[in-house]
Design a protein around this ligand. Sequence first.
Ligand code: C5P
Length: 395
Amino acid sequence: MKKTVLIGVTGCVAIYKTCEIVRGLQKAGVRCKVVMTESATHFINPLMFRSLTREPVAVGLFDDKPGDPIHHISLSKEADVFLIAPCTANVIAKLANGIADDLLTTTALATEAPLVIAPAMNVNMYEHVATQQNMDTLKSRGVRFIDADSGYLACGDVGKGRLADPDVIVQATLEVLNVKRDLVGKRVLITAGPTVEPIDPVRYISNPSSGKMGFALAEAAADRGADVVVVSGPVSLSDPEGVEVVRVRTACDMLAAVGERFDASDIAIFTAAVSDYRPANPSDRKLKKGADDSALATIELVKNPDILATMGARKHAGQIVVGFAAETENVEENASKKMAAKNADMVVANLATEGLAFGADDNAASIVTAAGVQRFETMPKSELAHRILDAALEL
Ligand code: C5P
């Protein structure tokens, strides 16, 4: 599940920087929802944030929201963090005094999510004892402030009061959200999906892999800051944001695409359900029932390359190689043997008979390493992806 940051936007010229804050949080895999004060809408039309977030933008306390009559409560519950950026002296004063006279301030009072405030205002307003005391009051209640910067202000004055840099605000918010950014600077290579091995132009050998586990891993690794490449067989999933997806069909194509990228990767994860065999002599024309009965009834197969084993043998120091094992029996024992045979550092094993694994959104898995076995109950693949990355980083 993606974490949600509710972004409160107040009426201040620095509001244009909030667009960058939204993008920065989204790049880190965070869902953003925006609530604006009436004054904020004089600077930027809510449509801007609606377009950036692809979520409705809330403004009025009494706006008609069909099916959601108590909007400030539902908003306050959705938030994992409530970030107010930019936050005016007026809104800081209201929050310090528990005033709730519009949707933004009412939601701020109702929410149990941590509050993060990035103030922006004229230097005299910022330094005014009233504002300073209000900020101290809020700090003493655990509200986190992202200090304003000093410099030229929109009004022409020079001093403290400029909204902090959007990157600083994004990083501080991610910290409060407890979003990990532990893969910044790492290159992650992932194989995903099935492979398709042609018999003729209209028939093939394949399996029901959906690619969901590999794509979930790609998204999780990208959210944690990695450069991610996915080499995927045919799947009906769209490219995760910020991830390079190389689409292939056969195991041989997948081996070639992986071979070009493996040496540069820090972590390589092999989730693909590669067909172990392929037709030895695929026909370049459709085989006909009747005329080609013998060719159709007996298809000679040859073994496909084992991509994981090939790369495992070529692994360099410091590189982490992770394999997957879908088994129908003795799951952990077989995973452990596979880890040794393919020179992997870790194997994620699951029972392929439980209606999980192939195609499902959830999975239950054991993570096998030389240090032992970690067992995980059924959970969304998006969450298991993070557990797998945690375990890989602990190696
Ligand atoms: O040997 P088995 O197919 O059970 O091993 C599964 C693991 O090996 C998975 O990580 C899978 O992606 C990888 N594999 C591969 N190339 C193959 C067969 C399996 O990379 N030809």
